[in-house]
Design a binder for this molecule. Sequence first.
Ligand SMILES: Nc1nc2c(ncn2[C@@H]2O[C@H](COP(=O)(O)OP(=O)(O)OP(=O)(O)O)[C@@H](O)[C@H]2O)c(=O)[nH]1
Length: 814
Amino acid sequence: MIKNRFSKLYYFKSSYHFRSILCNVNIYRTIINERYILKCQRLYSSSSNDYSITKTRNIGIIAHIDAGKTTTTERMLHYAGFTRRIGDVDDGDTVMDYMKQERERGITITSAAITFGWKDHRINLIDTPGHVDFTIEVERSIRVLDGAVTILDAVSGVEAQTQTVWDQADRYEVPRIAYVNKMDRTGAGFGRTVNEMRYKLGTMPLVCQIPVMKKDNKGNTVFSGVVDFLNMEVLDWDKDSNGSIINKTPLSDKYPISGLFEETLKGRASLIESLSDLDSEMLDTFLELEDPMKITAETIKNTLRRVVLKGQAVPVFCGASFRNIGVQPLMDAIIDYLPSPLDRPAPMASLSSNESVKIDLKENDKLCALAFKVIYDSKRGLMVFVRVYSGRIDNRMLLFNTKTQCKERVNKLVQMYADDVEEIPSITAGNICAIVGLKNTRTGDTLIRFDDTRKNLKLQSIEIPAPVFFQAVEAAGISDEKPLDDALKNVLREDPSLHVYVDPDSGQNLISGMGELHLEIVKDRLLNDFRVNAKLGKMRISYRETATVGKIDHTYLYDREVMGKRVKAQVSLTISPLPENDLGLSEEGGNRVMLEQMIITDDSLDTKEQQENVSLLLPKTEIENALRSGLMTGLYRGPILGFPITKLLIKVNSIKLFGAESTKAAISTCVSQALVDAVKKGNPALLEPLMKVDIELTEEYLGDVLGDLTGTRRGMILGLDAAKSTFDKIDQNINIYAPPDPTYISSSERSEHTVLKSKKVIHAHVPLSTMLGYSSALRSLTGGTASFDMRVHSIGLMSDDQAKNVIREMQGGY
Ligand SMILES: Nc1nc2c(ncn2[C@@H]2O[C@H](COP(=O)(O)OP(=O)(O)OP(=O)(O)O)[C@@H](O)[C@H]2O)c(=O)[nH]1
């Protein structure tokens, strides 16, 4: 067996001879490990570095938790020949969920990247997490993707997190295709899900397949395959080959399932009609041929590609990945309909505050790459994932990080295969890979060639959401302090939604993050992966502080002697609350800083005229940087309980310098103190995170759950059922085809289906502090029949009574 595989390896081009030898060693190791990853496939993928960029797809899989992203990806890897055996989420042996914590919990935490070949194309695929606590993982992946596959659960339809990731993809204008998974489950509703896509996601779903249900030998109705509208054939998946073999039967009116042919004719005609509405070429063809059946599969495919690339519609497919049904046509659709890097608009990058440039993929000599993810690997150290937008990166190349203004050296370039890697010599525009050896690069930084003169070139960074939970972390003993510090530095570099700071009162490290699960995973990683000996405190809510008085002007003079030297600066600023409707989640900690109209004078000069036309010892940009960093320090700790200050508009009006005495440190300290004093004058108050909560439940529990939410939980009900705002976005006159559901189910299945249809969704805003442990409360209120999803909506002012309770509790100590 080994011999056979070796001979297969040597079949590849001689330039890959060396890698082949490495590969042989790997294969031997793989066989021993019984992981059966076919490393020889990697030769295919790395040789595809020479592939035309038009045959590359950088895509992500996005969905609500548990929709089946990892299950589907594992099938893709198997059918692409990447793995011999299909990994299973429930058995904890998937390639994509490789972290210990992921396998134990059966969930995706980090977005794993993998490269594989399919029909002469290279697919760089990122499997993203569905849980709301890891939304940042989705955000940073979507930022660098060209297209996405949205997976929907055929029973649950469009769920809350589906809407969130859909909105994220909308924000980056990422073209999408959709796959309705779990068609084998009782109560699966393909047509219902298609309709929900329309009114909950505000998109135009174009059905390209319909499910085929058959009676099995026990008389049960089971999902067996699909009808492909384009080729008018029934696809049946062979169970014995794990779905590798697909039997194709042309569909005609003789097909043994009654009504299937007629439904297909209806669906195909509707697809052509919708495409004619969107695309003038298709309209011309349709007018010319008059009969939808005369339009070839090729013509429909080309039209679908055009409308998907323009973001006008979303082709919809279906399957049951767990049963190995439906995955290969989805892989074909990735190639046929999702964009290559060349099909995407060139990204813009800023050169300065008022100058930007287009990054042209064809500019081979000008490197521009975005670091979108950093991970710590115990064997390889820190690995920085990059997407190259123009130019190329070679092994050992010298780079420049335009954010940190630091030189960086590439030690190794690697192609990722989930937790496994293969070294590659270079990477060209349009591709994704990981770099080993970068010391100061974080998520969101832009990398250029070291000799490039565009030292301030910056691609749009990634929005980092505000943390809402925090907990203290302490080394168990003095000898554990350094390992804890190192481990914290590494988890921080990996995860931009995690924050670590030292509480000046207690001297403890405080880590803050996006949710209870998020911090639990960090704790698990610190204790088990980094093996630090540390104690973690109780998880607490990260409140905020603000000034509530209309407008406060304040001037502060900083004048000290530091190590025998005089340091001095004076700042005048004005603070005022941001408008009521501001969510308090923007960058700069939910505040807005304005330095544009600031007047700079230098008091060390003789005349007023000289002072105002000062030629500065410090360049203006350095003064601005010192002011921003000082303001960030001041905003870190509010005067009430030391929580971050938020929702303020801070305008620096003037700064008075005193020649060489006004160092950068003096400016920072001065503005920081000016801000703290101003907030103290402004009647400070406490704020709390407000969550957007969506609860899906059957009608019988509606009263109890609503009563509970609006009572002690202080919730505000926004509405029941569908998200009307997205419904309003779409043209109600456009006809969307959705097949009837489900035509072949037994009466017991039908009653379950009816119950599912009568479910309601409550949308509410509820303070996070009242939602702790809500899953068990909801379980007991509804007998375990309801589910909920929540995410941060905004930061809102607390009532005086609530604030007093929090102050009392916090002052009671940790
Ligand atoms: N019946 C059925 N179950 C499925 C199907 N696909 C996935 N599942 C099951 O659904 C559960 C979740 O599957 P995953 O693939 O982990 O879902 P995911 O979307 O990757 O989950 P997260 O990454 O945690 O968000 C597992 O128990 C799967 O076995 C399917 O087609 N049919």
